[in-house]
Ligand binder design. Structure first.
Ligand code: NDP
Ligand code: GDR
Length: 320
């Protein structure tokens, strides 16, 4: 089996590549041209995957890539994925995160319509939530240009499935984190901050709202659900979540406590990290995934936080 992953250099792409290699897939990864390589997260599997240059903005490059690879499965994980950047670069976010998904779907329809397609949709689409917890049937109310773009990506996936009979599915994933998470996202920002403070490299940690709540899981668990969705008889959409919600404050408490520190001594609230619009209480109901995919999250919230703190301390110690 051949799988193509867009966004292989990102958090999820790297975990998905690990999973698919372990299952015996030949793994191809789409990478965009850059003056410096961004292959840190796939350094450990660099000789096991084949990288192909293409860009979400360039339809021709996507068509050529699919012709060269001839994939059985396509996972579209590439996107501008940071919510605050979507306010400062809304058009670019729409192009990458929204229309980018359409370009990949169009290329699949033209080149390899029998390939199975996965779209990385997001709980951010629920935004100003209509019900708690959220299911596959909960209406969307996106609250950022990122979420609006993801909502387009979601519906265009559903539309291509219904219009062209593609095996196209959308995974509505709630936040998932790991030691490979980008450092600007709040979880990694905190665990990196704890590690810096613990090792005497920083004296404070500047954050936005501490009352925000999220349904946080472990990325390594979530990529298993992506794969499982493409192994079903019928293409359907699934919510993937833990069903539990925690505040930024709770994350801080566990992370600092794990390093024997008190967060109140170091955390400073800074208006520059506040958002023009926040989402409400995001908490997912993954009953369908549990029943149909047999999927369950394995890493608890507490263990996720501790895993990330340990990894960041180790990383910084090794750099000394
Ligand atoms: P990351 O930000 O870590 O990775 C994004 C990837 O997209 C990178 O590989 C990046 O490449 C690539 N990319 C961005 N723009 C382009 C482009 N124009 N052409 C080609 N590649 C591009 O995201 P995650 O791994 O966390 O998330 C994966 C997907 O899942 C994203 O679509 C995200 O929006 C979505 N999602 C994530 C959730 C989460 O909690 N992590 C939850 C729900 C959805 P480069 O290395 O060159 O920058
Ligand atoms: P999110 O993740 O917006 O949920 O999107 P992020 O970690 O950026 O924010 C989570 C919450 O924490 C609050 N917060 C801060 N956030 C950041 N980044 N930096 C801070 O200093 C800070 N202080 C408080 C935020 O206000 C927010 O409420 C992630 C991305 O991976 C998306 O691509 C994905 O679709 C969703 O998760 C599900």
């Amino acid at each position: 089996m051949k799988a193509l992953i867009t966004g292989i250099t990102g958090q999820d792409g790297s975990y998905l590549a690990d999973l698919l290699l372990a299952k015996g897939y030949k793994v191809f990864g789409m990478v965009r041209r850059s003056s410096t390589e961004t292959f840190e997260r796939i350094a450990h599997i660099r000789d096991k995957v084949t990288l192909v240059q293409a860009d979400l903005l360039d339809s021709t490059s996507l068509v050529h890539m699919l012709r060269d690879v001839g994939p059985d499965e396509v996972y579209n994980l590439a996107a501008q994925s940071f919510v605050p950047t979507s306010w400062s670069q809304p058009v670019l976010t729409g192009e990458f995160t929204g229309i980018g998904a359409l370009r990949v779907l169009e290329a699949v329809r033209e080149v390899c319509p029998k390939a199975r397609f996965y779209q990385a949709s997001s709980s951010e689409m629920y935004g100003k939530v209509r019900e708690v917890p959220q299911t596959e049937l909960t209406p969307f109310h996106p609250r950022s240009p990122y979420a609006v773009a993801k909502t387009f990506g979601h519906y265009i996936t559903v539309n291509y499935r219904e219009s062209y009979d593609l095996f196209a599915v959308s995974g509505i994933l709630f936040n998932h984190e790991s030691p490979r998470r980008g450092r600007e996202f709040v979880t990694r920002k905190i665990t990196d901050g704890v590690a810096r403070i613990k090792l005497g490299l920083a004296t404070e940690l500047r954050l936005g709202t501490l009352d925000a709540q999220r349904d946080w899981g472990f990325a390594g668990d979530y990529v298993k659900a992506m794969w499982a969705m493409l192994q079903q008889d019928q293409p359907e959409d699934y919510v993937i979540a833990t069903g539990r919600t925690h505040s930024v404050k709770e994350f801080l408490e566990i992370a600092f406590d794990h390093a024997s520190l008190h967060w109140q001594d170091y955390v400073v609230q800074d208006p520059q990290f506040m958002r023009p619009a926040e989402v409400d209480q995001l908490v997912g109901d993954a009953t369908k995934a549990r029943e149909k995919l047999g999927w369950e999250p394995e890493v608890s919230f507490e263990n996720l936080v501790r895993m990330m703190v340990d990894a960041d301390i180790e990383l910084l110690q090794n750099q000394r």
